[in-house]
Design a protein around this ligand. Structure first.
Ligand SMILES: Nc1nc2c(c(=O)[nH]1)N[C@H]1C(S)=C(S)[C@@H](COP(=O)(O)O)O[C@H]1N2
Ligand SMILES: [Mo]
Length: 437
C-alpha cells in the first residue's frame, strides 16, 4: 500500500465514522465529548492522539479548535483513466474533481478540468454535422452549423471560471446527499467561441422573452426520451458579452467529457447553466421549468436552516445564479514538507462569481492571525485571480494553511458554511496541511 492509498483509507474511515456516529467518533479521535469541551481547544489525551496520527508535533496546538479534523487526514487521492490525476466520485454518471495542487496553472489545462455529468457522453459528437437551434420567443428562429457560427459571428477567447454548485459539499455537516465534491469541482480554462448575445441579436429576441432553456444531446440514464438536464438563465445573463457558445477549450477542440463539440459557458454562475453538448436554446416567456430547474434543484432555501433540518420543497424559492467568493491554495501541495525558518511561497487562485476579489489572506495558526497575500487583477472579467505570499514557519511540526478571499462587495469566506440540504454554495475557506522540518 502506498502512502496515498493509506491516507485515503484513513480519511474514508474517518468520514465514515463521523457520518455514522459523530459523538462516538469524537470520543475516539479526540478523547472526550461534552459540549463544554467542543468549545475548547485540543489538549491532553486528544492532542496526544492527534499528534500520533499526524506523525508530528503541532506547534500551534493551543490555537487548534477542538473537534477539527486535520486536512492531512481528510483528503482522498484516487486515480481514473482519461484525464490526468482527477479524483473520481463515481463512474456512472462520471464525476471527477481535480486535486487542488493540479489546479496550480493560471489557466486550467484541459486534462485537469473537472468533469460533472448527469448522464453519459453522447455518442455522436461530429462537429461537421452538429447544429445549434435557437427558437421560442424570437422573430427569426435559427439553425446553425458550427462552421456557420464561426463565419457569421465574431470569435472571442476568454479565461472563464466554471464551478459546480455542489463544490464543497463534502464539508457539510451533517453530511448531505450528492457528489461529495471537496474543493476541485472548479476550473478556469481558456474558452473560445461566439457571444450568445450576438446570435440572439440575429435571432431577434421578442420583448416577451425573459429566460433561456438549454438542451443538449445527453439523455436521462433511466429514460432516454428525457433530457439528462435542462437548465436556463435570465435573459440579461444570456445577453452578457461574456456568456459564450464555445467550440474550443485551451486552443483545441473541446474535450468530449467537457461538452464537445459545442457548449455554453456562463461564467461565474452555477456550473449547471453552462450546458454541454449544446443542441438548442429556446427563449421562453416564463422561468424555465426543465430538469434541474424545479423543486429544490439548484435552489436555496428562503430562510436559514438548522443543520439537518427537514423541510418541504416550497421553501426552495431562490434559484442559484452567481457563485460565491472563494479561493484555492494550489501550492505547495497539501501534506508536503517544507523547511523551517525559510520563506515558503504559498499561492493559489481566487474568484467571486459576478464580483471581483479584492483581498486575499492566509493564516498558519488556525485563523488566530492573518497575513495579506499579493493578488492579481483578472485577465478578463470572470477569470480567476492569482495570489501569492511568502510565509516563514517558526518551528518544525504540523501546520495548516488556511486561505480566505474577500470580494468587492465585502463578502468573505466563512470557516464553515450555513447548512443547506443539497450542499450548494460551499465556499468555506480552503485548508491544506504542511509538515515543517
Ligand atoms: N448537457 C449537459 N450539460 C451540463 C451537465 C450535464 O450533465 N449535461 N452538467 C452541468 C454541471 S452540473 C456542471 S458543474 C458543468 C460541468 O462542466 P465540466 O464537466 O466541463 O467541468 O457542466 C454542466 N453542463
Ligand atoms: Mo454542477
Amino acid at each position: 500500500m502506498n502512502d496515498n492509498d493509506h491516507k485515503s483509507q484513513v480519511s474514508s474511515e474517518l468520514f465514515q465514522k463521523f457520518a455514522e456516529d459523530p459523538v462516538k467518533a469524537d470520543l475516539e479521535v479526540f478523547g472526550r465529548v461534552t459540549n463544554e469541551d467542543r468549545r475548547g481547544f485540543l489538549k491532553g489525551a486528544g492532542l496526544a492522539t492527534m499528534t500520533a496520527m499526524l506523525g508530528a508535533a503541532i506547534p500551534f496546538a493551543d490555537k487548534m479548535p477542538f473537534g477539527l479534523i486535520p486536512v492531512a487526514l481528510a483528503e482522498e487521492a484516487l486515480k481514473i483513466d482519461g484525464k490526468e490525476g482527477l479524483i473520481s466520485l463515481g463512474d456512472k454518471p462520471l464525476n471527477a474533481e481535480t486535486p487542488a495542487y493540479l489546479l496550480n496553472d493560471d489557466i486550467t489545462p484541459t486534462k485537469y478540468h473537472f468533469i460533472r455529468n448527469h448522464s453519459t457522453v453522447p455518442e455522436d459528437l461530429n462537429p461537421d454535422t452538429w447544429t445549434l437551434t435557437i427558437d421560442g420567443e424570437v422573430e427569426n428562429p435559427l439553425k446553425l452549423t458550427i462552421a456557420e457560427l464561426k463565419k457569421q459571428f465574431k470569435t472571442v477567447s476568454e479565461q472563464l471560471v466554471i464551478e459546480c454548485g455542489g463544490n464543497g459539499r463534502a464539508f457539510f455537516n451533517p453530511q448531505v446527499k450528492g457528489n461529495q465534491w471537496t474543493v476541485g469541482a472548479v476550473g478556469c480554462a481558456k474558452w473560445t467561441g461566439v457571444r450568445l448575445a450576438d446570435i440572439l441579436k440575429v435571432a431577434k429576441v421578442k420583448k416577451s422573452a425573459i429566460y433561456t432553456a438549454h438542451y443538449g444531446a445527453d439523455m436521462d440514464l433511466a429514460d432516454p426520451t428525457k433530457f439528462a438536464v435542462s437548465r436556463g438563465i435570465p435573459i440579461d445573463k444570456a445577453l452578457d458579452p461574456h456568456t459564450l457558445v464555445a467550440f474550443m477549450m485551451n486552443d483545441a477542440p473541446i474535450h468530449p467529457q467537457n461538452g464537445a463539440p459545442l457548449r455554453l459557458v456562463v461564467p461565474g454562475w452555477v456550473g449547471s447553466t453552462s450546458h454541454k453538448w449544446l443542441k438548442r436554446i429556446q427563449l421562453r416567456d416564463v422561468v424555465h421549468d426543465g430538469k434541474g430547474m424545479t423543486k429544490r434543484s439548484y435552489r436555496m432555501p428562503n430562510r436559514p436552516l438548522e443543520p439537518g433540518e427537514e423541510v418541504g420543497d416550497e421553501i426552495f424559492t431562490k434559484i442559484i445564479t452567481s457563485m460565491p467568493v472563494k479561493s484555492l491554495i494550489t501550492a505547495p501541495a497539501s501534506r508536503h514538507q517544507v523547511t523551517v525558518g525559510k520563506p515558503v511561497e504559498i499561492r493559489g487562485h481566487a474568484w467571486a462569481g459576478e464580483n471581483e476579489v479584492k483581498e486575499m489572506m492566509v493564516s498558519i495558526d488556525f485563523g488566530a492571525s492573518w497575513i495579506k497575500a499579493k493578488l492579481t487583477k483578472p485577465a478578463n472579467r470572470f477569470a480567476w485571480q492569482h495570489w501569492s505570499v511568502a510565509v516563514t514557519f517558526p518551528v518544525a511540526g504540523y501546520y495548516e494553511v488556511w486561505a480566505r478571499a474577500t470580494d468587492s462587495k465585502d463578502n468573505t469566506q466563512p470557516f464553515a458554511v450555513a447548512w443547506n440540504p443539497n450542499g450548494y454554495l460551499g465556499n468555506a475557506m480552503h485548508r491544506i496541511a504542511l509538515r515543517v522540518a
